[in-house]
Design a protein around this ligand. Structure first.
Ligand SMILES: [Zn+2]
Length: 603
Protein backbone atom coordinates (compact mmCIF):
# COMPACT_ATOMS: atom_id res chain seq x y z
CA UNK A 1 0.00 0.00 0.00
CA UNK A 2 1.24 3.42 -0.95
CA UNK A 3 0.00 6.32 1.18
CA UNK A 4 -2.53 8.66 -0.44
CA UNK A 5 -0.45 11.68 0.48
CA UNK A 6 2.50 10.22 -1.37
CA UNK A 7 0.44 9.57 -4.50
CA UNK A 8 -0.75 13.14 -4.32
CA UNK A 9 2.79 14.51 -3.98
CA UNK A 10 3.93 12.33 -6.81
CA UNK A 11 1.10 13.36 -9.12
CA UNK A 12 1.82 16.99 -8.32
CA UNK A 13 5.52 16.55 -8.92
CA UNK A 14 5.47 14.75 -12.27
CA UNK A 15 4.23 16.42 -15.40
CA UNK A 16 2.10 14.12 -17.51
CA UNK A 17 3.17 15.91 -20.68
CA UNK A 18 6.78 15.02 -19.82
CA UNK A 19 5.89 11.45 -19.01
CA UNK A 20 3.81 10.85 -22.14
CA UNK A 21 6.20 12.63 -24.47
CA UNK A 22 8.95 10.19 -23.56
CA UNK A 23 6.98 7.71 -25.65
CA UNK A 24 4.51 9.61 -27.78
CA UNK A 25 5.24 12.54 -30.03
CA UNK A 26 2.99 15.33 -28.84
CA UNK A 27 2.06 18.58 -30.54
CA UNK A 28 0.54 21.55 -28.84
CA UNK A 29 -3.04 22.13 -29.86
CA UNK A 30 -4.70 24.94 -27.93
CA UNK A 31 -4.54 24.33 -24.21
CA UNK A 32 -3.77 20.64 -24.67
CA UNK A 33 -1.27 18.38 -26.41
CA UNK A 34 -2.22 15.98 -29.14
CA UNK A 35 -0.60 12.84 -30.48
CA UNK A 36 -1.23 9.49 -32.07
CA UNK A 37 -2.75 7.18 -29.48
CA UNK A 38 -0.29 4.52 -28.32
CA UNK A 39 -3.16 2.27 -27.32
CA UNK A 40 -4.99 1.95 -30.58
CA UNK A 41 -4.22 2.21 -34.24
CA UNK A 42 -4.98 5.59 -35.73
CA UNK A 43 -3.82 7.93 -38.46
CA UNK A 44 -5.13 11.21 -37.12
CA UNK A 45 -4.32 12.10 -33.55
CA UNK A 46 -7.09 11.79 -31.01
CA UNK A 47 -4.88 11.21 -27.99
CA UNK A 48 -5.13 14.32 -25.85
CA UNK A 49 -2.99 15.26 -22.88
CA UNK A 50 -4.08 18.08 -20.61
CA UNK A 51 -1.22 19.81 -18.81
CA UNK A 52 -3.64 21.79 -16.67
CA UNK A 53 -5.60 18.75 -15.54
CA UNK A 54 -2.75 16.25 -15.67
CA UNK A 55 -4.63 13.49 -17.44
CA UNK A 56 -4.77 11.98 -20.90
CA UNK A 57 -7.81 10.93 -22.87
CA UNK A 58 -8.12 9.24 -26.21
CA UNK A 59 -11.21 10.34 -28.05
CA UNK A 60 -10.73 7.33 -30.32
CA UNK A 61 -10.56 4.40 -27.93
CA UNK A 62 -11.53 5.94 -24.62
CA UNK A 63 -8.17 5.32 -22.92
CA UNK A 64 -8.03 7.66 -19.96
CA UNK A 65 -5.86 8.16 -16.94
CA UNK A 66 -3.24 10.09 -15.04
CA UNK A 67 0.55 9.73 -15.18
CA UNK A 68 0.50 6.54 -13.10
CA UNK A 69 -2.14 5.02 -15.36
CA UNK A 70 -0.14 5.92 -18.43
CA UNK A 71 3.04 4.25 -17.19
CA UNK A 72 1.05 1.17 -16.20
CA UNK A 73 -0.64 0.84 -19.57
CA UNK A 74 2.30 1.83 -21.67
CA UNK A 75 5.00 -0.19 -19.93
CA UNK A 76 2.67 -2.97 -18.86
CA UNK A 77 3.75 -2.47 -15.26
CA UNK A 78 1.82 -3.24 -12.11
CA UNK A 79 0.57 -0.39 -9.98
CA UNK A 80 3.39 -0.40 -7.45
CA UNK A 81 6.06 -0.71 -10.12
CA UNK A 82 4.54 2.14 -12.09
CA UNK A 83 4.53 4.33 -8.98
CA UNK A 84 8.15 3.34 -8.33
CA UNK A 85 9.19 4.16 -11.88
CA UNK A 86 7.51 7.53 -11.78
CA UNK A 87 8.86 8.31 -8.33
CA UNK A 88 12.38 7.45 -9.40
CA UNK A 89 12.05 9.75 -12.40
CA UNK A 90 11.49 12.70 -10.09
CA UNK A 91 13.81 11.52 -7.34
CA UNK A 92 11.16 10.47 -4.85
CA UNK A 93 11.31 7.38 -2.69
CA UNK A 94 8.13 5.35 -2.24
CA UNK A 95 7.33 4.96 1.47
CA UNK A 96 5.37 2.13 2.98
CA UNK A 97 1.88 2.85 4.22
CA UNK A 98 0.60 -0.27 5.79
CA UNK A 99 1.05 -0.47 9.52
CA UNK A 100 4.23 -2.41 10.02
CA UNK A 101 4.72 -5.49 12.06
CA UNK A 102 7.22 -4.98 14.90
CA UNK A 103 9.90 -6.82 12.90
CA UNK A 104 9.22 -4.71 9.83
CA UNK A 105 9.20 -1.56 11.88
CA UNK A 106 12.52 -2.56 13.36
CA UNK A 107 13.91 -3.31 9.94
CA UNK A 108 12.56 -0.07 8.54
CA UNK A 109 14.10 1.76 11.44
CA UNK A 110 17.42 0.26 10.51
CA UNK A 111 17.13 0.79 6.78
CA UNK A 112 18.84 4.16 6.70
CA UNK A 113 21.49 2.40 8.75
CA UNK A 114 22.02 -0.05 5.93
CA UNK A 115 22.64 2.85 3.55
CA UNK A 116 25.00 4.41 6.09
CA UNK A 117 26.80 1.09 6.50
CA UNK A 118 27.31 0.74 2.78
CA UNK A 119 28.64 4.27 2.64
CA UNK A 120 30.97 3.53 5.53
CA UNK A 121 32.19 0.36 3.85
CA UNK A 122 32.83 2.32 0.65
CA UNK A 123 34.89 4.89 2.54
CA UNK A 124 36.84 2.08 4.15
CA UNK A 125 37.57 0.37 0.84
CA UNK A 126 38.61 3.67 -0.72
CA UNK A 127 41.01 4.36 2.10
CA UNK A 128 42.40 0.83 1.77
CA UNK A 129 43.04 1.39 -1.92
CA UNK A 130 45.43 4.21 -1.06
CA UNK A 131 47.34 1.83 1.18
CA UNK A 132 47.66 -0.96 -1.36
CA UNK A 133 50.44 -0.44 -3.91
CA UNK A 134 49.43 -3.70 -5.55
CA UNK A 135 45.84 -2.56 -6.18
CA UNK A 136 47.00 0.88 -7.33
CA UNK A 137 49.49 -0.75 -9.66
CA UNK A 138 46.75 -2.93 -11.05
CA UNK A 139 44.46 0.02 -11.81
CA UNK A 140 47.32 2.01 -13.31
CA UNK A 141 48.19 -1.00 -15.40
CA UNK A 142 44.72 -0.80 -16.86
CA UNK A 143 45.24 2.80 -17.80
CA UNK A 144 43.05 4.29 -15.08
CA UNK A 145 43.90 7.62 -13.51
CA UNK A 146 43.26 8.60 -9.91
CA UNK A 147 40.61 10.95 -11.17
CA UNK A 148 38.54 8.20 -12.75
CA UNK A 149 39.03 5.95 -9.73
CA UNK A 150 37.70 8.77 -7.56
CA UNK A 151 34.79 9.44 -9.90
CA UNK A 152 33.68 5.83 -9.68
CA UNK A 153 34.70 5.71 -6.01
CA UNK A 154 36.77 2.64 -6.60
CA UNK A 155 38.27 0.97 -3.54
CA UNK A 156 40.09 -2.11 -2.45
CA UNK A 157 39.03 -4.88 -0.08
CA UNK A 158 42.16 -6.12 1.73
CA UNK A 159 43.24 -9.73 1.66
CA UNK A 160 41.97 -10.43 5.16
CA UNK A 161 39.05 -12.51 6.43
CA UNK A 162 37.76 -9.80 8.74
CA UNK A 163 39.17 -6.55 7.41
CA UNK A 164 35.84 -4.77 7.89
CA UNK A 165 36.28 -5.12 11.64
CA UNK A 166 38.45 -2.02 11.36
CA UNK A 167 35.51 -0.05 9.94
CA UNK A 168 32.76 -1.68 11.99
CA UNK A 169 33.54 -2.29 15.65
CA UNK A 170 30.15 -4.01 15.88
CA UNK A 171 31.31 -6.68 13.43
CA UNK A 172 28.86 -9.20 14.86
CA UNK A 173 25.79 -7.09 14.03
CA UNK A 174 23.31 -8.89 11.84
CA UNK A 175 22.87 -5.85 9.59
CA UNK A 176 26.36 -6.40 8.18
CA UNK A 177 25.13 -9.75 6.92
CA UNK A 178 21.85 -8.23 5.83
CA UNK A 179 23.51 -5.70 3.57
CA UNK A 180 25.75 -8.38 2.12
CA UNK A 181 29.11 -7.18 3.36
CA UNK A 182 29.71 -10.07 5.71
CA UNK A 183 29.04 -13.76 5.19
CA UNK A 184 27.95 -16.00 8.00
CA UNK A 185 28.72 -19.67 7.68
CA UNK A 186 28.89 -22.43 10.25
CA UNK A 187 28.90 -19.96 13.08
CA UNK A 188 31.77 -17.99 11.59
CA UNK A 189 31.72 -14.54 10.08
CA UNK A 190 33.99 -13.24 7.42
CA UNK A 191 34.14 -10.47 4.81
CA UNK A 192 32.42 -11.30 1.54
CA UNK A 193 34.93 -9.31 -0.47
CA UNK A 194 38.60 -10.08 0.04
CA UNK A 195 41.56 -8.99 -2.06
CA UNK A 196 39.37 -7.42 -4.68
CA UNK A 197 39.10 -4.09 -6.41
CA UNK A 198 35.78 -2.71 -5.24
CA UNK A 199 33.25 -0.95 -7.47
CA UNK A 200 30.41 0.63 -5.49
CA UNK A 201 27.00 0.30 -7.12
CA UNK A 202 24.91 3.44 -6.69
CA UNK A 203 21.19 3.90 -7.04
CA UNK A 204 19.66 6.78 -8.98
CA UNK A 205 20.04 9.06 -6.00
CA UNK A 206 23.71 8.25 -5.67
CA UNK A 207 23.45 6.14 -2.50
CA UNK A 208 25.60 3.01 -2.29
CA UNK A 209 23.39 -0.05 -2.54
CA UNK A 210 25.89 -2.76 -3.41
CA UNK A 211 29.39 -3.58 -4.51
CA UNK A 212 31.02 -5.39 -7.34
CA UNK A 213 34.42 -6.83 -6.56
CA UNK A 214 36.96 -7.89 -9.17
CA UNK A 215 39.96 -10.07 -8.51
CA UNK A 216 43.28 -8.42 -9.09
CA UNK A 217 44.98 -9.67 -12.17
CA UNK A 218 43.30 -12.05 -14.55
CA UNK A 219 41.46 -14.95 -13.03
CA UNK A 220 43.86 -17.33 -14.67
CA UNK A 221 45.17 -18.41 -11.31
CA UNK A 222 44.98 -22.12 -10.77
CA UNK A 223 41.59 -23.57 -11.66
CA UNK A 224 40.71 -24.56 -8.14
CA UNK A 225 41.37 -21.04 -6.91
CA UNK A 226 39.27 -19.62 -9.74
CA UNK A 227 36.49 -21.89 -8.60
CA UNK A 228 36.67 -20.49 -5.09
CA UNK A 229 37.02 -16.90 -6.22
CA UNK A 230 35.20 -15.90 -9.37
CA UNK A 231 36.64 -13.05 -11.40
CA UNK A 232 33.64 -10.87 -10.57
CA UNK A 233 31.67 -11.02 -7.35
CA UNK A 234 28.59 -8.90 -6.68
CA UNK A 235 26.69 -8.10 -3.52
CA UNK A 236 23.80 -10.52 -3.04
CA UNK A 237 20.23 -9.25 -3.28
CA UNK A 238 19.57 -7.24 -0.13
CA UNK A 239 16.84 -4.89 1.06
CA UNK A 240 18.76 -2.17 -0.81
CA UNK A 241 19.86 -4.01 -3.91
CA UNK A 242 17.70 -5.68 -6.53
CA UNK A 243 19.86 -6.87 -9.40
CA UNK A 244 17.45 -6.87 -12.30
CA UNK A 245 16.59 -3.23 -11.73
CA UNK A 246 19.94 -1.58 -11.26
CA UNK A 247 22.40 -0.39 -13.81
CA UNK A 248 26.04 0.15 -12.92
CA UNK A 249 27.44 3.58 -13.66
CA UNK A 250 24.14 5.30 -14.38
CA UNK A 251 24.76 8.17 -11.97
CA UNK A 252 28.16 8.88 -13.51
CA UNK A 253 26.92 8.37 -17.09
CA UNK A 254 23.72 10.40 -16.92
CA UNK A 255 25.09 13.70 -18.23
CA UNK A 256 27.13 12.06 -20.96
CA UNK A 257 24.10 10.04 -22.06
CA UNK A 258 22.08 13.22 -22.40
CA UNK A 259 24.83 15.01 -24.29
CA UNK A 260 25.64 12.13 -26.61
CA UNK A 261 22.00 11.11 -26.91
CA UNK A 262 23.28 7.58 -26.65
CA UNK A 263 23.56 4.97 -23.91
CA UNK A 264 25.93 2.05 -24.30
CA UNK A 265 25.26 -1.10 -22.33
CA UNK A 266 28.28 -3.26 -21.58
CA UNK A 267 28.76 -6.36 -19.47
CA UNK A 268 31.22 -5.41 -16.75
CA UNK A 269 32.07 -2.52 -14.48
CA UNK A 270 35.65 -2.55 -15.65
CA UNK A 271 34.33 -1.90 -19.17
CA UNK A 272 32.32 1.08 -17.94
CA UNK A 273 35.26 2.56 -16.09
CA UNK A 274 37.74 1.95 -18.90
CA UNK A 275 35.41 3.51 -21.46
CA UNK A 276 34.92 6.55 -19.22
CA UNK A 277 38.69 6.79 -18.84
CA UNK A 278 39.04 6.95 -22.59
CA UNK A 279 36.31 9.52 -23.07
CA UNK A 280 33.25 7.34 -23.67
CA UNK A 281 31.25 8.51 -20.68
CA UNK A 282 27.84 7.15 -21.65
CA UNK A 283 28.46 3.47 -20.88
CA UNK A 284 26.64 1.55 -18.18
CA UNK A 285 26.62 -2.12 -17.22
CA UNK A 286 24.05 -4.66 -16.15
CA UNK A 287 24.98 -6.31 -12.90
CA UNK A 288 25.74 -9.95 -13.35
CA UNK A 289 22.28 -10.55 -14.76
CA UNK A 290 21.01 -10.68 -18.29
CA UNK A 291 19.45 -7.53 -19.67
CA UNK A 292 16.01 -7.03 -18.13
CA UNK A 293 13.02 -5.04 -19.39
CA UNK A 294 13.52 -2.63 -16.50
CA UNK A 295 17.05 -1.93 -17.73
CA UNK A 296 15.89 -1.31 -21.26
CA UNK A 297 12.98 0.97 -20.41
CA UNK A 298 15.08 2.88 -17.89
CA UNK A 299 17.77 3.58 -20.49
CA UNK A 300 15.39 4.30 -23.35
CA UNK A 301 13.90 7.00 -21.24
CA UNK A 302 17.25 8.75 -20.89
CA UNK A 303 18.78 8.18 -24.29
CA UNK A 304 17.76 8.67 -27.90
CA UNK A 305 19.67 5.61 -28.97
CA UNK A 306 20.61 2.46 -27.11
CA UNK A 307 23.65 0.41 -28.07
CA UNK A 308 24.16 -3.01 -26.57
CA UNK A 309 27.79 -3.98 -26.65
CA UNK A 310 28.90 -7.58 -26.27
CA UNK A 311 32.06 -9.57 -26.76
CA UNK A 312 32.31 -11.07 -30.18
CA UNK A 313 32.30 -14.70 -29.01
CA UNK A 314 29.48 -17.23 -28.90
CA UNK A 315 28.53 -16.23 -25.35
CA UNK A 316 28.40 -12.58 -26.39
CA UNK A 317 26.19 -13.39 -29.37
CA UNK A 318 23.85 -15.32 -27.13
CA UNK A 319 23.65 -12.48 -24.62
CA UNK A 320 23.02 -10.03 -27.47
CA UNK A 321 20.16 -12.17 -28.75
CA UNK A 322 18.68 -12.28 -25.29
CA UNK A 323 18.91 -8.47 -25.07
CA UNK A 324 17.19 -8.26 -28.44
CA UNK A 325 14.33 -10.45 -27.26
CA UNK A 326 13.86 -8.34 -24.15
CA UNK A 327 13.93 -5.15 -26.23
CA UNK A 328 11.37 -6.08 -28.90
CA UNK A 329 8.31 -5.24 -26.80
CA UNK A 330 9.92 -1.97 -25.70
CA UNK A 331 11.00 -0.60 -29.07
CA UNK A 332 10.08 2.96 -29.95
CA UNK A 333 10.01 4.31 -33.45
CA UNK A 334 12.14 7.32 -32.67
CA UNK A 335 14.78 5.53 -30.57
CA UNK A 336 16.89 3.04 -32.47
CA UNK A 337 18.45 0.10 -30.65
CA UNK A 338 21.78 -1.22 -31.89
CA UNK A 339 23.94 -4.24 -31.27
CA UNK A 340 27.68 -3.95 -31.27
CA UNK A 341 29.48 -7.28 -31.32
CA UNK A 342 33.17 -6.64 -30.82
CA UNK A 343 35.82 -8.46 -32.83
CA UNK A 344 36.59 -11.92 -31.47
CA UNK A 345 38.77 -11.83 -28.39
CA UNK A 346 38.04 -8.20 -27.54
CA UNK A 347 35.96 -6.67 -24.80
CA UNK A 348 35.17 -2.95 -24.52
CA UNK A 349 37.94 -2.48 -21.98
CA UNK A 350 40.66 -4.06 -24.12
CA UNK A 351 39.31 -2.58 -27.33
CA UNK A 352 39.21 1.02 -26.18
CA UNK A 353 42.66 0.75 -24.61
CA UNK A 354 44.12 -0.71 -27.77
CA UNK A 355 42.32 1.33 -30.41
CA UNK A 356 41.16 4.44 -28.61
CA UNK A 357 37.93 6.34 -28.36
CA UNK A 358 37.43 7.35 -31.98
CA UNK A 359 37.72 3.84 -33.25
CA UNK A 360 35.38 2.55 -30.57
CA UNK A 361 32.78 5.22 -31.24
CA UNK A 362 32.97 4.51 -34.94
CA UNK A 363 32.13 0.87 -34.18
CA UNK A 364 29.20 2.00 -32.04
CA UNK A 365 27.89 4.35 -34.72
CA UNK A 366 28.14 1.72 -37.40
CA UNK A 367 26.86 -1.15 -35.30
CA UNK A 368 23.98 -3.32 -36.45
CA UNK A 369 20.49 -1.97 -35.97
CA UNK A 370 18.00 -4.18 -34.21
CA UNK A 371 16.26 -4.93 -37.50
CA UNK A 372 19.54 -5.96 -39.16
CA UNK A 373 20.59 -8.13 -36.25
CA UNK A 374 17.17 -9.78 -36.00
CA UNK A 375 16.77 -10.52 -39.68
CA UNK A 376 20.44 -11.50 -40.05
CA UNK A 377 20.19 -14.07 -37.28
CA UNK A 378 16.87 -15.41 -38.58
CA UNK A 379 18.23 -15.70 -42.11
CA UNK A 380 21.29 -17.54 -40.96
CA UNK A 381 19.05 -20.31 -39.65
CA UNK A 382 17.07 -20.92 -42.81
CA UNK A 383 18.00 -21.44 -46.43
CA UNK A 384 15.73 -18.91 -48.09
CA UNK A 385 16.64 -20.18 -51.54
CA UNK A 386 14.17 -23.03 -51.03
CA UNK A 387 10.42 -22.97 -50.43
CA UNK A 388 10.84 -24.92 -47.18
CA UNK A 389 13.57 -22.59 -46.01
CA UNK A 390 11.42 -19.53 -46.70
CA UNK A 391 8.49 -21.09 -44.82
CA UNK A 392 10.76 -21.91 -41.93
CA UNK A 393 12.07 -18.35 -42.03
CA UNK A 394 8.53 -16.97 -41.81
CA UNK A 395 7.69 -19.20 -38.86
CA UNK A 396 10.89 -18.27 -37.06
CA UNK A 397 10.22 -14.57 -37.63
CA UNK A 398 6.63 -14.73 -36.42
CA UNK A 399 7.03 -14.61 -32.62
CA UNK A 400 9.64 -11.86 -32.87
CA UNK A 401 7.77 -9.58 -35.24
CA UNK A 402 4.64 -10.02 -33.15
CA UNK A 403 6.49 -8.69 -30.11
CA UNK A 404 7.71 -5.48 -31.75
CA UNK A 405 5.98 -2.55 -30.11
CA UNK A 406 7.08 0.29 -32.39
CA UNK A 407 4.38 0.44 -35.07
CA UNK A 408 6.47 1.83 -37.91
CA UNK A 409 9.36 -0.51 -37.20
CA UNK A 410 6.96 -3.44 -37.12
CA UNK A 411 5.65 -2.46 -40.52
CA UNK A 412 9.15 -2.15 -41.94
CA UNK A 413 10.16 -5.53 -40.53
CA UNK A 414 7.04 -7.12 -41.95
CA UNK A 415 7.79 -5.72 -45.39
CA UNK A 416 11.36 -6.93 -45.19
CA UNK A 417 10.31 -10.40 -44.06
CA UNK A 418 7.75 -10.50 -46.88
CA UNK A 419 10.41 -9.55 -49.42
CA UNK A 420 12.87 -12.15 -48.18
CA UNK A 421 10.22 -14.87 -48.00
CA UNK A 422 8.90 -13.94 -51.43
CA UNK A 423 5.33 -13.29 -50.32
CA UNK A 424 3.25 -10.14 -50.45
CA UNK A 425 2.95 -7.89 -47.43
CA UNK A 426 -0.66 -8.95 -46.94
CA UNK A 427 0.31 -12.62 -47.05
CA UNK A 428 3.12 -12.00 -44.59
CA UNK A 429 0.78 -10.17 -42.24
CA UNK A 430 -1.63 -13.08 -42.33
CA UNK A 431 1.06 -15.69 -41.75
CA UNK A 432 2.72 -13.62 -39.04
CA UNK A 433 -0.64 -13.28 -37.36
CA UNK A 434 -0.60 -9.51 -37.57
CA UNK A 435 -3.78 -7.54 -37.86
CA UNK A 436 -3.68 -5.42 -41.02
CA UNK A 437 -1.55 -2.39 -40.47
CA UNK A 438 0.66 -1.77 -37.51
CA UNK A 439 -0.34 -3.48 -34.32
CA UNK A 440 0.30 -2.29 -30.83
CA UNK A 441 2.04 -3.50 -27.74
CA UNK A 442 -1.12 -3.74 -25.81
CA UNK A 443 -4.31 -4.83 -27.40
CA UNK A 444 -6.36 -1.70 -27.87
CA UNK A 445 -8.80 -1.43 -25.01
CA UNK A 446 -12.16 -2.66 -26.18
CA UNK A 447 -13.77 0.34 -27.83
CA UNK A 448 -16.18 1.28 -25.17
CA UNK A 449 -19.15 2.83 -26.81
CA UNK A 450 -19.95 5.40 -24.27
CA UNK A 451 -23.03 7.41 -25.02
CA UNK A 452 -23.13 10.48 -22.88
CA UNK A 453 -26.44 10.45 -21.01
CA UNK A 454 -28.70 13.35 -21.89
CA UNK A 455 -29.62 14.05 -18.28
CA UNK A 456 -28.96 17.32 -16.53
CA UNK A 457 -27.11 15.32 -13.86
CA UNK A 458 -24.57 14.17 -16.43
CA UNK A 459 -24.01 17.72 -17.56
CA UNK A 460 -23.54 18.76 -13.96
CA UNK A 461 -21.03 15.96 -13.47
CA UNK A 462 -18.95 17.18 -16.43
CA UNK A 463 -18.77 20.69 -14.96
CA UNK A 464 -17.88 19.34 -11.56
CA UNK A 465 -15.21 17.17 -13.17
CA UNK A 466 -13.77 20.30 -14.73
CA UNK A 467 -13.98 22.46 -11.61
CA UNK A 468 -14.18 20.49 -8.35
CA UNK A 469 -14.84 23.61 -6.21
CA UNK A 470 -18.29 23.75 -7.82
CA UNK A 471 -19.20 20.88 -5.49
CA UNK A 472 -20.03 23.47 -2.87
CA UNK A 473 -22.87 24.82 -5.02
CA UNK A 474 -24.61 21.60 -5.97
CA UNK A 475 -27.59 20.56 -3.88
CA UNK A 476 -27.52 16.77 -3.91
CA UNK A 477 -31.16 16.57 -2.84
CA UNK A 478 -32.17 17.77 -6.28
CA UNK A 479 -30.62 14.94 -8.24
CA UNK A 480 -32.43 11.79 -9.20
CA UNK A 481 -30.43 9.02 -7.56
CA UNK A 482 -31.99 6.39 -9.80
CA UNK A 483 -29.52 7.40 -12.53
CA UNK A 484 -25.95 6.04 -12.72
CA UNK A 485 -24.61 9.49 -13.46
CA UNK A 486 -26.37 10.87 -10.38
CA UNK A 487 -24.81 8.31 -8.10
CA UNK A 488 -21.44 9.18 -9.63
CA UNK A 489 -22.22 12.87 -9.15
CA UNK A 490 -23.20 12.24 -5.57
CA UNK A 491 -19.93 10.44 -4.75
CA UNK A 492 -17.77 12.92 -6.61
CA UNK A 493 -19.45 15.80 -4.76
CA UNK A 494 -18.78 14.07 -1.45
CA UNK A 495 -15.15 13.55 -2.44
CA UNK A 496 -14.68 17.15 -3.58
CA UNK A 497 -16.30 18.55 -0.46
CA UNK A 498 -14.11 16.32 1.68
CA UNK A 499 -11.10 17.84 -0.04
CA UNK A 500 -12.39 21.37 -0.07
CA UNK A 501 -9.47 22.71 1.90
CA UNK A 502 -6.98 20.66 0.01
CA UNK A 503 -5.34 23.02 -2.44
CA UNK A 504 -3.37 20.13 -3.86
CA UNK A 505 -6.52 18.30 -4.90
CA UNK A 506 -6.13 17.59 -8.57
CA UNK A 507 -7.88 15.93 -11.47
CA UNK A 508 -5.11 13.37 -11.53
CA UNK A 509 -5.83 12.55 -7.90
CA UNK A 510 -9.55 12.32 -8.61
CA UNK A 511 -8.74 9.67 -11.22
CA UNK A 512 -6.65 7.89 -8.62
CA UNK A 513 -9.52 7.96 -6.19
CA UNK A 514 -12.22 6.70 -8.53
CA UNK A 515 -10.35 4.42 -10.90
CA UNK A 516 -11.45 1.25 -9.17
CA UNK A 517 -15.03 2.29 -8.43
CA UNK A 518 -18.19 1.71 -10.50
CA UNK A 519 -18.13 5.45 -11.26
CA UNK A 520 -14.75 5.35 -13.02
CA UNK A 521 -16.02 5.35 -16.57
CA UNK A 522 -18.72 7.94 -15.91
CA UNK A 523 -16.23 10.28 -14.26
CA UNK A 524 -13.52 9.75 -16.89
CA UNK A 525 -15.96 10.45 -19.68
CA UNK A 526 -17.15 13.53 -17.84
CA UNK A 527 -13.54 14.74 -17.54
CA UNK A 528 -13.06 14.18 -21.25
CA UNK A 529 -16.35 15.87 -22.06
CA UNK A 530 -15.21 18.88 -20.03
CA UNK A 531 -12.01 19.03 -22.09
CA UNK A 532 -14.12 19.49 -25.19
CA UNK A 533 -16.43 22.01 -23.56
CA UNK A 534 -13.52 24.35 -22.88
CA UNK A 535 -15.60 26.38 -20.45
CA UNK A 536 -14.06 28.81 -18.01
CA UNK A 537 -14.82 28.26 -14.36
CA UNK A 538 -17.28 31.15 -14.48
CA UNK A 539 -19.10 29.68 -17.47
CA UNK A 540 -19.30 26.33 -15.72
CA UNK A 541 -20.58 27.98 -12.56
CA UNK A 542 -23.34 29.71 -14.53
CA UNK A 543 -24.21 26.42 -16.13
CA UNK A 544 -24.41 24.70 -12.75
CA UNK A 545 -26.83 27.34 -11.47
CA UNK A 546 -28.87 27.01 -14.60
CA UNK A 547 -28.98 23.21 -14.34
CA UNK A 548 -29.88 23.29 -10.67
CA UNK A 549 -32.68 25.66 -11.51
CA UNK A 550 -33.95 23.16 -14.07
CA UNK A 551 -33.76 20.34 -11.53
CA UNK A 552 -35.60 22.44 -9.01
CA UNK A 553 -38.36 23.11 -11.52
CA UNK A 554 -38.58 19.41 -12.29
CA UNK A 555 -38.89 18.56 -8.62
CA UNK A 556 -41.59 21.18 -8.04
CA UNK A 557 -43.44 20.00 -11.13
CA UNK A 558 -43.52 16.48 -9.73
CA UNK A 559 -45.06 17.80 -6.53
CA UNK A 560 -47.54 19.88 -8.49
CA UNK A 561 -48.52 16.80 -10.46
CA UNK A 562 -49.19 14.81 -7.35
CA UNK A 563 -51.30 17.64 -5.94
CA UNK A 564 -53.24 17.80 -9.17
CA UNK A 565 -53.99 14.11 -9.16
CA UNK A 566 -55.50 14.46 -5.72
CA UNK A 567 -57.13 17.77 -6.57
CA UNK A 568 -59.12 16.03 -9.33
CA UNK A 569 -60.48 13.61 -6.72
CA UNK A 570 -61.33 16.51 -4.40
CA UNK A 571 -58.81 15.27 -1.85
CA UNK A 572 -56.84 18.48 -1.20
CA UNK A 573 -57.14 20.35 2.05
CA UNK A 574 -57.28 24.11 2.09
CA UNK A 575 -53.59 24.39 3.08
CA UNK A 576 -52.66 21.99 0.35
CA UNK A 577 -54.49 24.03 -2.24
CA UNK A 578 -52.51 27.09 -1.13
CA UNK A 579 -49.33 25.05 -1.28
CA UNK A 580 -50.25 23.94 -4.81
CA UNK A 581 -50.72 27.52 -5.96
CA UNK A 582 -47.55 28.60 -4.24
CA UNK A 583 -45.59 25.89 -6.10
CA UNK A 584 -47.08 26.96 -9.41
CA UNK A 585 -46.04 30.54 -8.93
CA UNK A 586 -42.56 29.44 -7.77
CA UNK A 587 -42.13 27.38 -10.90
CA UNK A 588 -43.17 30.33 -13.03
CA UNK A 589 -40.63 32.55 -11.38
CA UNK A 590 -37.92 29.89 -11.71
CA UNK A 591 -38.78 29.51 -15.38
CA UNK A 592 -38.39 33.22 -15.94
CA UNK A 593 -35.00 33.07 -14.26
CA UNK A 594 -34.07 30.10 -16.41
CA UNK A 595 -34.92 31.96 -19.58
CA UNK A 596 -32.97 34.98 -18.48
CA UNK A 597 -29.91 32.82 -17.73
CA UNK A 598 -30.22 30.68 -20.81
CA UNK A 599 -28.56 33.22 -23.06
CA UNK A 600 -25.40 33.17 -20.96
CA UNK A 601 -25.16 29.44 -20.70
CA UNK A 602 -23.98 26.83 -23.14
CA UNK A 603 -25.81 23.53 -22.92
ZN1 LIG B 1 -6.78 5.47 -28.37
Amino acid sequence: MIPESFKQDLLNRVDIVDVVSRYVQLKKGGANFLGLCPFHNEKTPSFTVSPAKQFYHCFGCGAHGNAIGFVMSYSALGYVDAVKELSASVGMQVPEARPRSPEEAARKEREPDLYAMMEQAMDFYRAELKKSPRAIEYLKGRGLTGEIAARFRIGYAPDDWQALKAAFPGYSESSLVECGLVVESEGKRYDRFRDRVMFPILNARGAVIGFGGRVIGESDKSDSAAQASPKYLNSPETPLFEKGREVYGLVQARDAVRTAGRALVVEGYMDVVALAQFGVGYAVATLGTATSPVHVSKLLRLADELVFCFDGDAAGRKAAWRALEVSLPLTLDDKPIRFLLLPEGEDPDTYVRRHGRESFEKLARESQLLSEFLLGELRSESDIRTAEGRSQFLMAAKPHIQKVSAPALKLQLTKEVARLAEVTQEEAERILGLPGGPAFRRPAPARRDFRPPSSTEWKLLSRLAAYPPLAAEIDVDLVDLALDESRALNDVIAYCRGNRDNREMSHAMMIEQFKDTPHAEMLFQAQAFALELKETEEQSRLYVRHALCKLEIARKNREIKSFEERLGKGMLSREERYEHLRLISEVKSLERQLQADARAVSQ
